[in-house]
Design a protein around this ligand. Sequence first.
Ligand SMILES: [Fe+2]
Ligand SMILES: [Fe+2]
Length: 364
Amino acid sequence: MKIPAPRGRVSATLIDLLQNRGGSGHANAYGSLNLLVDEALAATPDLLRDEDLQLALFCLYELHYSGLDGVEDAAEWDPELIRVRARLEAAFENLLRRTVPVPELPAPDSEAVAETLFRLAADDDGASVSRYVAGKASVEQLREFLILRSVYQLKEADPHSWAIPRLPVGRAKAALIEIQADEYGGGRVERMHSKLFGTTMEGLGLDSGYGYYIDQVPALTLASSNAMSLFGLNRRLRGAIAGHLAAFEMTSSIPNSFYARGFRRHGFTDDVTYYFDEHVEADAVHEQIAARDLAGGLAEAEPDLLADVIFGAATVLAIDALLGEEQLRAWQAGESALLAPLGNDGGTAEAALAATAAAGGVTA
Ligand SMILES: [Fe+2]
Ligand SMILES: [Fe+2]
């Protein structure tokens, strides 16, 4: 994806370093980056909403996905960058472990785990964004909704795929493969969920290129994506990524029916709503497989991972609740949920970026 615009001293230094790796003086640049990270971590009042630090972590993770334009692929395993990533990850994980409310642990058998996860999902009232989309959202708000979701949805399923080689041969791994095969379209490009989401974006006049709107997306949305990458890219957190996927699937089917309704209300047809319609059906099945066979099966096979399975699921719900609150607060106040509104031209990124810069939303 394109290199994002920096949002503060840490992301500016990191991006500069990524673009000039191997250049003279880059050893010093690592030193100053580490110092800046430590200072910023010590000073931030809220790491979840810290634009600079969440963007820096997002860029470091992106090296493991499709990469950043103009940055060498070898940067992925640069030990100095891994060290910076580990510092940010430690602080982020620590924050999640301290703040995400986790229910009492069930017995490590698949039925008890599934029951706990279903109860957790049922207690979640994160459906409010989907109700707003169904009944009230304007076309402009639908565009914003898609842009916010595009950070994950245009690479849908990828963060959970890191878990595949990390699970032992058995029920949990088979379940994960069954779900992921559907997410990737069962071998058919036109049915890949990331591809379907792109079609929905294009139906609203948006660009479906991965990362096209990255400069519009607030820290909390980046944090939601970063949490998946944190869990997916660390083998020790394989329980958390399994629980994360389970909670994702369990809170998908009904909200997607509301999203589809919201888009139809404005006259958008089946080709635009197909992404949502597909999830109403698919995730009603996926949630059963994910809760019982993936999360439950993993807790049975590796009881030591039980706490992290539940922690991963609870993290999805906690971050989603914050995201929903932030989005609804903006929309109900008649404001944009993006860092700056897209404008009336259907939202070119150039227009959006100019607006962001003019509003002082980007500081270098
Ligand atoms: Fe999906
Ligand atoms: Fe799914």
